[in-house]
Design a protein around this ligand. Sequence first.
Ligand code: FEO
Length: 396
Amino acid sequence: MNIKKICKDVIWVGADDRRLSLFENIYPLPKGVSYNSYLILDTKTVLMDAADASVADVFFENVESALNGRKLDYVVVQHMEPDHSATLGTLLQKYPEVTVVCNAKTKTMIHQFFGDTVTISPMIVKEGDVLQTGNHALQFMMAPMVHWPEVMMTYDRSNKILFSADAFGSFGTLDGAIFADEVNFEELYLDEARRYYANIVGKYGAPVQAVLKKTAGLDIQMICPLHGLVWRKNLEFLLDKYQHWSTYQPEERAVVVAYASMYGNTAQVAEKMAEKMDAKGWPVRVYDLSKTGRDFVLGEVFRASHLVLASATHDGGLFEPMEYLLREMVSHGLQDRKVALIENGSWAPMAAKQMQTLLNTMKGIQIAEPVISVKSALNPAQEPELDKLIENFSLL
Ligand code: FEO
């Protein structure tokens, strides 16, 4: 059992998971993940979402402990993805008198996931509806596609808390803290928050913008997401990040060099490019796409303004690690980046053409001239060409 009070009558009853290797069975979790759930202790008791099956034992212990013998009156289901609702069926069995509060889409999904194993008579809510639980007035706001169609958020008018579902969440366990202002967030969590955003919500920039506009008129003193730390100070920092990410604007003028190299020759050109950009004073980070997962690099391309993409040619096409990254960038709607291209091929370099084809499907991409085409290894005679590329790239 491990519960944390986040204000006088709201208790965090979630759990950390350090064992899971892959979130959604695809995204690595080197720093784990937390599944947040919150209990409001008012005249009526309200549980804000359930949790993943992997933390069921701790979650139910936490709920029981926080209730301290009281009855559970409501469970608000903001999101039906199983990382938050897999334990809902068991919760309904443990607390048969609880009233489920959800929207119509959620009700359908509850039946899809649980079939006849649960019987519910939910309180169906829609945009702007308010649930009065005593001192608290919980106002519901629909947030479709942040990150599923049924998602809704809840604004606690009395405590001025926004229960934000997946939005404003992060990968990474809580490690004893609960508030973002208790840790060095920029150093310890920002990269994981960005990677979480880019991969999980990144495709849905327009719906995130719609929610940001909806919440702009509210007096929000605290944000309680379903993953990661709770925000009670410096909310502007997080909102600014979301403004950049959801409009696909880079956070900073910085260079990300990502290369897909078979024998190290393409990597050498990419490293030389990094060295020269660094010498010009640019912040630079370099990634080998065969080593670093494309989900990590996707987070990085959401951060940086300038991308150097260097790829070998493989079987007449793009070397697959680069193709995978570019397809992720396309499918997540990335826009407005400055790009330098380097290709390699020992008999017929084709990578640049294929990178350009994919980049041309994205909005606001500027490709610096010249594109560097290497045959097997960089020829010293190509140095001036590389310098010209750096000069032009830096001006974009
Ligand atoms: Fe954390 Fe979309 O679930």
